[in-house]
Design a protein around this ligand. Structure first.
Ligand code: GLA
Length: 344
């Protein structure tokens, strides 16, 4: 396999963003840029071999600059919400940007989705990938500690698009990294109502009207949020006020990447499995997606795509009984999330 690199565009500070192409012999092609670790397109064949781009996104760097709701970008330093945009750490109160009402969302004003990442690339007979690195400085967006983040995107001959993260800090800090892909296995022609989904979770994080955790974990016992068995999305989403925007706690039987969710589009036969080492996955059905034009000049609208953001629970820094998101200087943060594509 190999990596093709071309110029994607120039930023206002004269730095260049690259466009990388990864392609395997099974017909899968992934394009991504080092601006925000943004995925530009993912071509996947259907039953008849017809290729379709299964992610939303943008044609140009200019459109990637936004504003847009984290379409296919990396998210950090803390993905999801932090209540009242503050937390205590080592006896000190830290204040973050209030960019979601009075709360903090997805790392702040200039998060990891809006920075240019350094890169290197590699390829062998079975796998091709890009290693992206970013040095997030001490107190950037209000977070303590110089944090060195490496994210390795790769595609292999088994149709796995893997995103592997590692990070190290020089001071105690809170960290929750994710990638915010917007998927539609039928190529953003219609909503995701005709997709089926299964989520291997028997509980989820209860949230209030601002999508902030109440602290309670709720057991799933049937109803529209329960996806332990594969179900069509359309009939379930109609039972909800706005759609899905829930943090599911993955049922884990082993260490290492666990199957968290399966998405299937019966008409085309395209299927995507998501494996992760993270404890949870945010299932978001693009409820706030409106007023934006994406690639091919398509008008983006509510419920046009689904996101499966592997991560820790929202607001963990303020919820001591949630799995910890604290990273100490003598530790290394690691996360692996794999998207595996099938035709069935
Ligand atoms: C995540 C959140 C949503 C929304 C989107 C971005 O998925 O859970 O509530 O903020 O990001 O629009």
């Amino acid at each position: 396999m190999k990596v093709d690199t071309e110029l994607f565009g120039r930023l206002s500070n004269q730095e260049d963003a690259q466009l990388f192409t990864l392609q395997n012999s099974q017909g899968i092609t992934v394009k991504l840029t080092n601006f925000g670790g943004t995925i530009i397109s993912v071509l996947v064949p259907d039953r008849k071999g017809k290729l379709e781009d299964v992610v939303l996104g943008f044609d140009s760097l200019e459109d990637c600059l936004g504003p847009h709701p984290y379409i296919n970008t990396l998210v950090g330093r803390y993905a999801n919400r932090i209540a009242n945009a503050k937390f205590n750490l080592d006896g000190k109160e830290y204040h973050l940007a209030q960019n979601a009402g009075t709360n903090h969302l997805h790392g702040g004003i200039k998060g990891y989705d809006k920075v240019l990442w350094n890169y290197s690339q590699y390829a062998d007979h079975d796998r091709a990938g890009i290693m992206m690195s970013y040095l997030s400085f001490d107190m950037e967006e209000g977070y303590p500690g110089n944090l060195k983040v490496d994210v390795h995107f790769s595609l292999n001959e088994s149709n796995e698009l893997a995103i592997e993260y590692s990070a190290a800090t020089d001071r105690n800090t809170y960290l929750n990294l994710t990638h915010h892909g917007y998927f539609n296995l039928n190529g953003a022609k219609n909503t995701i109502y005709d997709h089926e989904i299964q989520i291997n979770a028997s509980s989820y994080v209860e949230t209030d009207k601002d999508l902030m955790p109440t602290g309670k974990i709720i057991k799933l016992k049937g109803g529209p949020l329960d996806f332990r068995k594969m179900k069509l999305i359309g009939p379930e989403i109609k039972k909800l006020e706005s759609g899905f925007d829930h943090c599911y706690i993955i049922d884990r039987e082993k260490d290492g990447p666990e199957l968290a969710a399966v998405v299937y589009h019966p008409a085309s036969g395209r299927k995507m499995e998501v494996y992760t080492t993270e404890p949870a996955i945010q299932f978001y059905s693009s409820n706030f997606l409106t007023g934006l034009r994406g690639k091919g000049n398509i008008k983006y609208r509510k419920h046009l795509a689904l996101c499966l953001e592997a991560q820790h629970y929202p607001d963990s820094p303020n919820q001591p009984h949630f799995p910890s998101t604290l990273l100490k200087p003598d530790e290394i943060y690691r996360q692996t999330t794999i998207h595996k594509f099938w035709v069935e």
